[in-house]
Write a protein that binds this ligand. Structure first.
Ligand SMILES: NC(=O)c1ccc[n+]([C@@H]2O[C@H](COP(=O)([O-])OP(=O)(O)OC[C@H]3O[C@@H](n4cnc5c(N)ncnc54)[C@H](OP(=O)(O)O)[C@@H]3O)[C@@H](O)[C@H]2O)c1
Length: 340
């Protein structure tokens, strides 16, 4: 098999394709011949040595794949062989063959392409946890979605629109027309406009009921201020800590210094009628049974046409460095995938 390794901390060029013997599925696992692997921003943080959950480098990153099952381990029904699936992988997804515990494998609905399938686990599970499970977004409420053009942002926009909420997105200006067509009601170019001021204008001063913010730093402080009474701020990443293609510890520390460490405390939350919550899908492996219920609902929504992953671009394994450049240059509208 072929795998893409993060060989050391550094720019995208540290990603290298290497060959290894095909793995054999252990008890409770299936082996998947991969058709597409999802790229996530966490892989970039990992490559830069800024992701504490990543096992020691060198490592094969990757949280999700789609493909078909070609072998099963002891205890797994033989009729899994030949099924088209998508799966969540705990690292190792940047590979043309993976072995995955059966609990993390989901059957693809008929008609779902391998590219769409590999776009679902991380982006849609995260968006579901943020909006439905913890954000409790309701029809006619307003949600502010940062990085609305990213994989999570588009998934979140689709789920919010399905619920009947109003979506305000922040994104680079070049993405606005396409994001409007994908369902966003209002878009803010956060590079030239102050998102706090614009959000107040759009909501006639009221603010928003829910914010999804994986930018972090100063952004969390401003977001908290622009929550309406009963509003919830969902924090789930800190992309502002990434300021270039090489590791920049000073840039990361500057972002950490802008985190509002003391603004949210039990008394201020109580008196403001606001909530702050966090989501880290990578710390949800113990809750896989609940995630299976989310997956059932999401795959059902896909079958009904209510959600549809948007694939920004695919890159062959040999061009993995270009794929990371593409994301870090902020060029993607939707999901970026690796294909063997
Ligand atoms: N906690 C979790 O479980 C979880 C799960 C998935 C993702 N996340 C986090 O959610 C965020 C978005 O993830 P994603 O996979 O949707 O992202 P993505 O598809 O890779 O999209 C990245 C987009 O983020 C925006 N961005 C903002 N700051 C950036 C920076 N410093 N460098 C590069 N791009 C930046 C850019 O769009 P604009 O230029 O248009 O702003 C860029 O196109 C990331 O912070 C990620 O770590 C967290």
């Amino acid at each position: 098999m072929r795998q893409i390794w993060i060989t050391k901390i550094g720019p995208p060029e540290v990603l290298e394709v290497k060959e290894a013997p095909d793995p054999e599925p252990k008890a409770g696992e299936v082996r998947i011949r991969v058709e597409a692997s999802g790229i996530n921003f966490a892989d970039i943080l990992g490559r830069l040595g800024l992701y504490p959950d990543l096992p020691p480098i060198p490592i094969v990153p990757g949280y999700e794949v789609s493909g078909h099952v070609d072998a099963v381990g002891a205890g797994v029904a033989a009729n899994w062989v030949g099924r088209d699936v998508l799966a969540a992988t705990r690292f190792g997804g940047y590979a043309d063959t993976v072995c995955v515990p059966i609990k993390q494998v989901f059957v693809r609905p008929p008609g779902m392409s391998a590219l769409e399938a590999a776009s679902i686990p991380v982006n849609y599970f995260t968006a579901w946890q943020l909006i439905v499970v913890m954000g409790s977004l309701k029809a006619n409420e307003t949600v502010l979605i940062h990085s609305a053009g990213g994989g999570v942002g588009i998934a979140a926009t689709q789920i919010a629109k399905y619920i009947g909420a109003r979506v305000i997105g922040t994104a680079s200006a070049a993405k606005h027309a396409e994001l409007r067509a994908l369902g966003a009601d209002h878009l803010i170019d956060y590079r030239t406009e102050d998102f706090e001021t614009r959000t107040r204008e759009i909501t006639d001063g009221r603010g928003v009921e829910l914010i999804l913010d994986a930018v972090g730093g100063e952004s969390w402080k401003k977001g908290y201020r622009v929550l309406a009474p009963t509003g919830r701020l969902g924090v789930f990443g800190i992309s502002a800590a990434v300021s270039g293609k090489e590791r920049n510890l000073l840039g990361m520390l500057a972002t950490l210094a802008r985190v509002p460490w003391f603004q949210f405390n039990p008394l201020s939350l109580m008196n403001a009628n606001k909530g702050v919550f966090g989501v880290n899908l990578g710390h949800m492996w113990g809750e896989i049974d609940r995630q299976r219920q989310w997956a059932d609902q999401l795959l059902n929504l896909w079958t009904r046409g209510a959600i549809k992953p948007k694939v920004a671009s695919t890159f062959p394994f040999a061009e993995a460095p270009q794929a990371h450049h593409f994301v870090q240059d902020r060029r993607n509208i939707g999901k970026v995938l690796l294909v063997p």
